[in-house]
Design a protein around this ligand. Structure first.
Ligand SMILES: [Zn+2]
Length: 473
């Protein structure tokens, strides 16, 4: 192994989780002297893997219920002594197309080498006709995104795809939200597009973590309530993916054995009560049963779950009794879910996102209040909740970064889950992707965790050498 390459992997790995870093921050994070951090950063800049980024002020402390966007840049512009700090961010070797596919919305864009997000397109989805429908949708999305970004397919290194799914072992992919998802999706998509396709399964928590100001919290949970319910977490700057990349599936904690059927096949899961589609389903049933309401039954039938939840939220604010009763059921159960997180993980910070709760501080407060009776020593705990701040563009950037740097910690993508185009449109035009793709083919898929590049911090990290640790003690 080339001298310095291990620490460079650690630095790339760290930079995946930070929108902008300074050399002093790197020195603290990787337990190396500042001069070493400077030369590591200079090496990445020379190789075109990192770049200077503009600095803007960020709040020194996390602000509860602060929904302001801090897209594009996140860096502390001055040190505590007021000296300007030079900030660095990742740079990509080539533009990459990105598609974020949730149950109720698909978004796409191209992320260029300087991490600018170009040609963003969003499309609400009422329903997707199986895997073939999803592939057709991604093709249409790419056909709209590329001209908007002023690029051609041959300019791309490939496609980074994020979908609401979890890997089950090295060769299987499953989703409680998108029942047609399986391991054949990425290879079929790669064939259809003529581009390599890499899956990035949990970009949102990384997007949120990238925006946190220093000092970073020791642990952070991202509670997501959208088309699914999950609570992934980062502890000690490492995503905890679990043994089989299944950690954080709060949505499938069953609260009632005879509750509604969940997409995972079991009953009474939190997700079966509290996800966007579950909320809409329950409200529609109430309307069918003749409960009086101002809600528009036709809209709830036609619209995407996202738009339908917006409609229910409007009615809730206006005091509609059906919306109030329905959301009471949801808040009660989300409160129990939140208490489970607090009792089990006791994190420094819980970022709350997903389209059900995002930008609805009054709903988050309902959930927080209803968690109290279920929370151990509730009165002595501080409120660790904060509203999610990462924008769609921030998430798309994370997908692009993980497309190019899945090997930051030497974890090859699983050939079973990643799609390699047989005749890549840019096979000759992207020299950087060639060695990486060869490496990916050369190694058998043997590690489930490799299927989730956004959780790549889960692998063991080399401990700092004793001498360096003692220097910093
Ligand atoms: Zn479930």
């Amino acid at each position: 192994m080339r001298a310095g390459s291990l620490s460079d992997h650690s630095l790339l790995d760290y930079m995946l989780h930070r929108a902008a870093v300074s050399a002093p921050e790197v020195a603290r994070a990787l337990h190396v002297p500042p001069s070493t951090a400077m030369s590591m950063m200079a090496r990445l800049v020379r190789r075109g893997q990192a770049m200077r980024v503009p600095t803007t002020d960020l709040p020194d402390e996390t602000t509860p219920n602060n929904a302001a966007s801090v897209a594009n840049v996140a860096a502390v512009s001055t040190s505590r002594r007021g000296r300007p700090v030079v900030a660095y961010g990742l740079r990509l070797p080539a533009p990459v197309a990105v598609v974020l596919f949730d149950g109720s919305e698909a978004s796409g864009a191209v992320v260029d080498a300087g991490l600018a997000v170009r040609g963003v397109r969003r499309q609400e989805l009422a329903a997707v006709e199986g895997q073939a429908g999803a592939i057709a949708l991604v093709e249409r999305m790419l056909a709209r995104v590329l001209p908007a970004a002023g690029l051609a397919r041959g300019d791309l290194a490939g496609l980074g795809l994020s979908i609401n799914a979890v890997p089950l072992g090295a060769r299987t992919l499953a989703s409680s939200v998108l029942p047609w998802v399986d391991a054949s999706l990425a290879p079929r998509l790669a064939d259809a597009l003529g581009l390599p396709v890499h899956l990035v399964l949990t970009p949102t928590i990384v997007a949120e973590h990238r925006l946190l100001p220093e000092p970073l919290p020791g642990s952070m949970v991202y509670l997501r309530v959208g088309d699914g319910v999950s609570s992934h977490f980062i502890a000690g700057r490492r995503c905890h993916a679990g043994h089989g990349s299944l950690a954080g599936e709060l949505g499938h904690v069953s609260l009632e054995a005879d509750g509604p059927l969940c997409g995972c096949g079991r009953r009474g899961c939190l997700e079966a009560w509290c996800s966007g589609p579950a909320i809409v389903r329950a409200v529609r049933e109430d309307l069918r049963a003749g409960v009086a309401s101002t809600l528009d039954a036709g809209l709830l039938q036609r619209a995407s779950a996202r738009a339908a939840v917006d409609h229910i939220a409007q009615a809730w604010r206006a005091g509609d009794s059906l919306a109030r009763t329905a959301m009471d059921r949801v808040f009660d159960r989300l409160g129990r879910g939140l208490a489970i997180i607090l009792n089990l993980v006791d994190p420094d910070l819980i970022v709350v996102g997903g389209y059900v709760l995002r930008d609805r501080p009054e709903w988050i407060e309902e959930v927080r209040r209803r968690a109290l009776p279920w929370t151990l020593h509730a009165a002595r705990r501080e409120n660790p909740l904060r509203v999610a701040r990462a924008t769609l563009e921030d998430e798309l950037r994370v997908i692009a970064c993980h497309y190019h740097y899945p090997l930051a910690g030497k974890t090859p993508p699983s050939s079973a889950l990643e799609g390699e185009a047989k005749r890549g449109a840019n096979d000759e035009s992207d020299p950087d992707s060639q060695p990486r793709r060869r490496r990916a083919r050369a190694k058998p898929a043997h590690r489930a965790k490799s299927a989730s590049p956004a959780r790549s911090l889960a692998r063991p990290r080399p401990r700092p050498r004793k001498k360096l640790r003692s220097l910093l003690a």
